[in-house]
Design a protein around this ligand. Structure first.
Ligand code: FES
Ligand code: FE2
Length: 358
């Protein structure tokens, strides 16, 4: 976020603390229950949001060096993302051109060619079909037209974007509109992959997103967890076309800047705020000074009342430097705390549990 915008946000939060007010939505919006329960709507969402819309599937750190890959079927279609020997990002349908078997099991690693587990056709990480087992028995196969099917894909601002079905290309900055510069300022290409988990919940995928959508509930639902760390019912509210950003204030951060008597221009923004980005249609990004959490919410194939949250977490350069400094001072690495324990105690045990009871 630009420095001037940080200061505007900090002033707005300070105003909220001083006056006991929060962002005002300007009215009541009623959401029909059928938005969360209708099977016909689910079928449309599957097609429009999860097949035809470019999605944010990962960060540059998921492909940390040339000849690495990241395979995931989270959208409902198996997708293989690769970084080729020149560092170029690609995405393909992870589907063999022989008999349609998934070529690479979901996961990540380093490889520049992939061999199908069924009959051993092999593909380069640029998608080219490079070997056909017992090729002479087939007669003439035009290998150049039987590579993996490429998907429109772009790496931009440290993010990996893929359209899950072949078709029209897209431009990431056009998709992001007014929020592009803000996201770029987090320098996402500097993060390092840490861990991943999948959370299955008995809630509609939009309800999973909604649980992140305000902090009016912090002093109630999270009274024994987040409420001691973050001001409840206090947030900023900024809409950027299809995307949205909220910022919360940490209690310890506000104590720190008061104790240090820092002018607002010197407040350490990334350390004292909690930033929540909603990226259309299904992503929540939670960056702070130490970590980036990337959450992708997906519906169950057939049941509007079930969803999966795919959660990757990454360490910032700042956190990596802290770890390195600690190691050089003590000569050993302390076990890092479980990346998901704190998150799951709040989001899974409190937010999703409450949402599942509705
Ligand atoms: S299905 Fe892949 S080689 Fe036959
Ligand atoms: Fe919550």
């Amino acid at each position: 976020m630009l420095k001037e915008e940080q200061i505007r946000v900090l002033r707005e939060l300070q105003h909220g603390i001083d006056n006991g007010v929060s962002a005002d939505a300007g009215g009541i919006v009623r959401a029909p229950v059928t938005d969360y329960t209708c099977p016909e709507l689910l079928a449309k969402e599957q097609q429009v949001f999860f097949k035809e819309t470019p999605l944010l599937l990962g960060l540059a750190a998921d492909l940390p060096e040339p000849n690495t890959y990241y395979a995931t079927a989270e959208t409902g279609v198996p997708i293989l993302m690769t970084r080729d020997g020149d560092g170029q990002f690609h995405a393909f349908l992870n589907v063999c051109r022989h008999r349609g078997v998934q070529v690479v099991p979901d996961g990540r690693g380093k490889k520049n060619r992939f061999t199908c587990p069924f009959h051993a056709w092999s593909y380069r990480n640029t998608g080219d079909l490079i070997a056909v087992n017992r090729e002479q028995k087939f007669g003439c196969i035009d290998k150049s037209s039987h590579g993996l099917v490429a998907l429109p894909a772009h790496e931009k601002h440290g993010m990996l974007w893929v359209r899950p079905s072949p078709g029209d290309d897209f431009d990431v900055d056009t998709l992001l509109g007014g929020i592009a510069g803000d996201l770029a300022s987090w320098n996402m290409s500097g993060y390092e992959y840490d861990d991943a988990q999948v959370i299955r919940a008995d809630i509609n995928w939009k309800l999973a997103i909604d649980t992140f959508g305000e902090n009016y509930h912090f002093d109630v639902l999270h009274k024994n967890s987040l409420a001691s760390e973050i001001y409840g019912n206090l947030q900023t509210h900024d809409i950027f076309g299809q995307h949205y950003r909220m910022v919360f204030a940490t209690k310890w951060g506000w104590r720190y800047v008061a104790e240090q008597k820092l002018p607002i221009e010197q407040w350490p923004y990334e350390h004292i705020t909690l930033n929540v980005y909603f990226i259309f249609p299904n992503v929540i990004l939670l960056p702070d000074a130490n970590r980036m959490h990337l959450l992708r919410m997906y519906p169950d194939q057939n049941n509007p009342g079930k969803s999966r949250t795919h959660h990757n977490t990454y360490l910032s350069q700042y956190a990596l430097e802290q770890i390195a400094r600690h190691v050089s001072a003590n000569g050993e690495i302390e076990p890092t705390p479980d990346a998901f324990e704190g998150f799951n105690n709040v989001v899974v045990n409190e937010d999703y549990a409450a949402a599942a009871s509705t």
